[in-house]
Design a protein around this ligand. Structure first.
Ligand SMILES: *Cc1c(COP(=O)(O)O)cnc(C)c1O
Length: 386
């Protein structure tokens, strides 16, 4: 039986909503997007939600809203996806990397404090919640306060999650979510959302998401507004379509059900895989409710005669597709060439990344499929363990 890394969970409700949108006469940003925004904001108790076509767009607009300028610095984790740092480069500003904390793989608060104190022209801090477990947002908030800069959360993995009872979406100045195909909910492959309580940040993000127009297309073309608009800045084209928002609405209805399923799958992986000497299962830290976007094990390489690449190939040969999140940013050619980064800078990230394997985990994964993954890893441990 082949087990994919991910399979989207799409019910008739999403299909019906998308079809209804297509028949409605309004395809791009419109009533469904407005409803998706208001439902999303209400769910997380935020004042403003801005629906966008990706989380990358949300991060970009967030940095614009906080006024990032060329030559300034933004703190990002070294252990993150490309998007968290590339958006800083859009401004010709510098992503200042910080190592991760070894248990959660989120930004290390002690390193962050030191680096924030030593970074001049700091404009923002962007923590990222690895795999769906929140970073220590209390520590990040106090460090940001001391530095006098806003926090922008890369919450691409974190729908929903909480830290000491504080839910994601309420712990930063701006929180950015992804609805990419394999994230916790999807808007049909691509999509994103920015949440904020700041009127000023929300206004700026809205304007910049649609060409820098002082009014959005929806309001322009209905009786709520007029034909008149003004360009107040050279903006971007980052709005979400109503087709996408329609799917998002029906996925949002199912959020708690999808989350419960991810949790159940994660619990089974942990109870069965923690028996194997060559596997470290991910740890949930006290006070954190995990979204389980990713289930990333770490191989204890001293207990194997094969390396991580061979481990993944052996699973692939058994029909099981895994992934790796991630090679740390400072080891990639672009950052090496641009900033002279390289091995030795971030020991925690460097120790962990050659051992990381993200296993298939998605709502709708069957008991048999999960059994297949667990059985194959146990078999590999017998064949190649020591
Ligand atoms: C997926 C992801 C993003 C980007 O999301 P898009 O919606 O694809 O732009 C950003 N950060 C992290 C950590 C991600 O995993």
């Amino acid at each position: 039986m082949a087990v994919p890394f991910f399979r989207p969970s799409v019910t008739q409700a999403e299909i019906d909503e998308v079809v209804a949108c297509m028949k409605s006469g309004w395809l791009t940003t419109g009533p469904r997007t407005k409803e998706f925004e208001s439902r999303f904001a209400a769910r997380f108790g935020a004042k403003h939600a801005i629906a966008l076509n990706s989380c990358t767009a949300a991060l970009h607009l967030a940095l614009d809203a906080v006024g990032l300028k060329r030559g300034e610095n933004v703190i990002v984790p070294a252990m993150t996806f490309a998007a968290t740092a590339e958006v800083v480069r859009y401004f010709d500003a510098t992503p200042v990397m910080v190592d991760c904390e070894p248990r959660s793989l989120c930004i290390d608060p002690d390193q962050l404090r030191k680096i924030a104190r030593n970074t001049k022209s700091l404009r923002a801090i962007i923590p990222m919640h690895y795999g769906g477990q929140m970073a220590d947002v209390d520590a990040v908030a106090s460090i940001a306060r001391e530095a006098g800069v806003p926090v922008i959360e890369d919450a691409a993995h974190t729908l929903p999650a909480s830290f000491d009872g504080k839910v994601v979406g309420t712990t930063a100045d701006i929180t950015c979510f992804s609805f990419y195909a394999n994230k916790c909910i999807t808007t049909g492959g691509e999509g994103g959302m920015a949440l904020t309580n700041s009127d000023a940040f929300a206004d700026r993000m809205r304007v910049m998401s649609l060409h820098g127009m002082s009014k959005d297309a929806w309001r322009r073309f209905t009786d709520k507004g007029s034909w008149y608009y003004e360009l107040v800045a050279p903006g971007f084209k980052y709005n979400l379509t109503d087709i996408a928002a329609g799917m998002g609405l029906r996925q949002l209805d199912r959020l708690d059900e999808l989350h419960a399923e991810r949790k159940r799958l994660a619990a089974r992986y942990t109870s069965e895989l923690s028996q194997l000497p060559g596997v470290e299962t991910p740890e949930t830290l006290r006070g954190r409710d995990h979204s389980w976007h990713l289930y990333a094990i770490r191989l204890r390489l001293d207990r194997w005669t094969i390396d991580r690449a061979r481990f993944i190939d052996e699973l692939k040969a058994r029909g099981i597709t895994c992934s790796v999140h991630w090679m740390p940013l400072h080891l990639h050619p672009y950052y090496r060439e641009t900033y002279g980064t390289g091995p030795g800078l971030f020991p925690v990230a460097e120790d962990v990344w050659p051992r990381l394997v993200s296993l298939p985990l998605f709502p709708g994964m069957t008991e048999a499929e999960q059994g297949e993954v667990i059985g194959a890893i146990a078999e590999l441990q017998k064949l190649h363990g020591r």
